[in-house]
Structures are given as C-alpha cells and as structure tokens.
Design a protein around this ligand. Sequence first.
Ligand code: G6P
Length: 608
Amino acid sequence: MCGIVGAVAQRNVVPILLQGLQRLEYRGYDSAGLVVVNNNRLECIRSNGRVAELATRSAETSGHIGIAHTRWATHGVPSERNAHPHLSGERIAVVHNGIIENYEELRILLAAEGYVFKSDTDSEVIAHLIHSHYARGNSLLDATQTALAELVGAYAIGVVAADNPDQLICARKGSPLLLGVGVKEHFIASDMSALLQVTQKVVYLEEGDVAEVGLLDYRIFDASGKVVERPVHTSELNNESVELGEYRHYMQKEIHEQPQALANTLEAVCNSQSLIPGIFGAEAASTFAQVDSILILACGTSNHAGLVARFWLEEIAGIPCSVEIASEYRYRVSVPNPKTLVVTISQSGETADTLAALNHAKACGHLHTLAICNVPESAIIRQSKLRMLTRAGPEIGVASTKAFTTQLAALFLLTLVLAKQRGKLSAEQEQKHLHELRHLPSAAQAVLKLEPSIAQMAEHFVDKRHALFLGRGLHYPIALEGALKLKEISYIHAEAYPAGELKHGPLALVDKDMPVIAVAPNDTLLEKLKSNLQEVRARGGELYVVADAGTRFQSSEGVHLMQMPEHAGYLSPILHVIPLQLLAYYVALQKGTDVDKPRNLAKSVTVE
Ligand code: G6P
C-alpha cells in the first residue's frame, strides 16, 4: 500500500524515480509525486491520478538526489494536496508508506509550535517533526531518528533536506523497504521490482532500521541505533519478469504464466522420487511430529487457498484444520492449542492483518508457525519458523491469479508431507500424487485453451449487475474466488454460495438477469450439484458451467458450458479456477475497466 522509491546518483534520478514508481503502481495509484534537491532547493511535483500524469509534469525536472511516492489513500481523499512528498517549509521532504496512529496528538503539538498543515494526511506530521528537530541543529539522521522515536504506527519513509544534497535518510518499521546498491549510486524502494532497471544488488532493511544513504556508501543503524551490516543479496528477479511483453494486461500475462509458475513451485518435489518435509524448512520434520491440528490465517484470495486446503488436510492427512480470516482472528479471543501448526498464506508477505494475526498467534503461545509466501525476505517469511516459497514470480495485477494456484500447489504438498508423516499415505498413493503433480503444469496449459470461448461468453455479462457463483465441497472456495475475481475487476456484484444453500435464500434472486456460474467437477457431489442447477434452470436462470471430463453436461438453451479437458481429482480446484479468472478478465476487458488497477483497491494491503 503506497510505493516508495528514492535515489542518490551522479546522473539525473528523475527517470529512475518515475520508472520505479511505474513498477510500484500496483501498491497504490490514486496520486503520485516526487521531489529532487537542486541548488539547495526542493523541487516538488505532485499529481492526482496515475504516475503517467506525474511523468508528463516532470519532463523539465532533474536532480541527482530524490524521493518519490505512489499513493493509496488512507487519511485524506486522493488529491494533489494529499499526495506525497509532504514538505515542511522549504527544507524537509518526506515520503511515507504506512499509518501513523498518533498523528492527531502530534498534529496538535506541531501546530502549537507554529507548523501549518497543508494536507489531511497522517504522513505530514513526519515532515514537520523531522523539521522541528533539524531546525534545532541536529543532523538529518539524528533529526529523523529522534522523530521516529515519537511515532506510533507503521512506516517506511524516505527523507531529503534542501540543504543536504548528498544524502537521503530512510527507515522502516512495519512497512517494507529495501536498499539498492549500484556503482557509485544507491537507491531505496518498497520492493525490488522498482529498481531492476538500475541494479540487482539489494539489502533488505530490518524492522526498526534507519539508513543514511549517500552516493558512495550507506550506513544502516538498527532499532537500538547501533551501526549494523546487513547482507547484500543478488535479486533473482529480472526486468523481463516485471514487463508486460506480448500481453495486454498483467492479469492476462499472469493467468498465462500459471503452468510455468506451478512447475517452478513444484520443481523440487517433481524432480524427486519421494516427498520430504525439508521443503518447508530444516525443522519441519520435528515440528510436524509435534502438531495435532492446523490453523490457517490469511486474507482475500490467500484465504480462499486456505479454505481449499482445509478439505485436503482433513481428508488426506486426517488432521483437523480451521481457516480464519486474519483480520478477524487477530481481534478474537480464541483458545490456543500449543500443538497447532499456524499456517499463514500471503502472496506479498506483508499484508498487515496477516502479519498481525501471526504475531497474535505467537503471543497466544503458538510455537509452530509456517508461512506460504511468494516474496522471499518478506516480513511474514522472516517471522515464521517454517516456510515454503511459492515461485510464481512477481505478481503485479491487483487481482491475484498465479499466486493463488501456486499457493494451492504448496498447500497440497503440505498435505502430502503431513499425511506421509502421520502414516496416512501409502508408498503407492505417494507415487500416484507425485505423478499427478508432475502433470499439473501441462493440465493447466490445456485449460488455457478455453480462452477464446470464454472471451465470447464474457459478452453475456457486460450488462449484468449481479452474478451468483456456486460450488460444493472442495470447489466452494473456488466459487468464492471466482466471485471475488469478477467483483474486483469488473465491478459486477458477485456472490458465492455452497450450492446446497441455494434453496435457503439466494434462489429468491434467480431470474433471467442473474447469471449463475457453477463449478462442476466430476466428483462425488456432482449429482447433488446437478439437482441444484436444475433448480436454477426451473426459475429461468442462465447457467454457465465449468464442467470437466465425465460430467456429461451439455450446452443447451440457457446452459453454457466451459468444458475442461480432464478431471484432476484432488487437484481439480487448481484447474477449475482458471476459467473463472479468464471470465472475470474478459468481462472487465469488455466493460473497459482498468483491469490491473481496479478502483479503490491495492495489491499489498499494508494497513489494517
Ligand atoms: C489484497 C489483494 C488480494 C490479496 C489480498 C491478500 O486484497 O488485492 O489479491 O489476495 O490482499 O494479500 P496477500 O499478499 O497477503 O496474499
């Protein structure tokens, strides 16, 4: 939520800042701004709307040091006035990602000192606070450190001062920030994708770190103020992985990347003859031996992955599993069981509610934690005892696609490893599952061939205002995910129901204007689902059925088929979601919405 980029270089940094912001736009895109230091003056440009607008306005600007920001509004409407950077006088400029909880008290104190607030944001207090310490003769570093000690809340910040043209100060606590190391130039960014055009060398700042960043060197201070060395990593990302290439949108690209993303995530297992707990970390075998239940905590799409996994974990591994929305769990008084394995699922690894839920679980006495996450070095990964990285590659479209299917693949592996360790998996079953997993990427590839027919089907949805998604059992969470995709990017109100619940209320909504999308795999609940669908047809409801081999559904008046090539057994949810992703994509495309950046949303939700 909000993206930060900063640079100190011998060359003009404005193009670097703008390109970085473009890459970070997935984090928020309601307004953007940048500031450079020029001849002991701050040159600041802000604009409401997208980074492209800022780029047009910045054409004449240049400088060797600067910070920039793309915003997702929390305090104060999206507007030029509330866009970052925030300035204090003509001297200090700050960009901020996070939320300052005590900003109202600080605002009163700073107003009493004579500071005049120009925005409605919580962030502006940071600029004035640093200014007030800087004005007393402290160095920019000291002024920033002193100010940070007075803040309550979460932040990643970048700071520059008009009379300090060689240095930028940055800090993080609760929001991500990293340092990019170039040749006689240094950068800061919310994530590495913003810097790939200038460097692949990265230093991940830790919680509470403050850094002083110059042209030739940088110094990092830990939360206690002590100078520390942090390792320099070489990022595995490259420019190509974050570029659109032949696709029209990132979402479309990411839907198509699923076969490869699944192959990458499953690589270690598929190349081996048997399943080993080590894929979840060195201590996995001993931890798994101690656990008697699973608690999954996640938000959004990641929560849907957890809901699918519950079926697998209970049915295949015979282990009780509950799934909770992270933002609910963190505030609920629950009964902790120290033998529970707490599994957090997160694409970004920085979702504030998931992170807080993880910390809440630990504070309640949960010792065993496992993160399934797509971003190495993210907060959730670092704060968990065990981890498995999904290897989906950067996911940029706000609506999650390949992160979801790779999370499911990782959760299926978890199920198998636990089942094996608990004596619930015979050698023969293990080989059968491994065989099916090896086949999964090509099965996903085959499903993508439905794209042209789904694109046509999408036309039926363009003027609809509501849609109902139905699924049963393992596929009810897929119905939830299909509904989420459609509402996120096409703004059509969509709801998902377990098909058996239809007659307990939602059937009242069904008429010819309510498309009903059913996830219909060839499983034990198929006949029950067919009866539910008859109930829809009998009320004139138009049906769109994602059916797979052997279900004997046929297209007819009012029944439109998305025929899957095969039935994938337990892995079926991973395949059935793909047509629903494509459907949402094409409906949004035809409605002309901003597919990758839907209104009001952001990809990484680093605020509560
Ligand atoms: C946001 C995104 C969703 C995502 C959710 C959880 O709402 O738009 O796509 O599923 O956050 O994010 P996480 O990074 O924790 O998976």
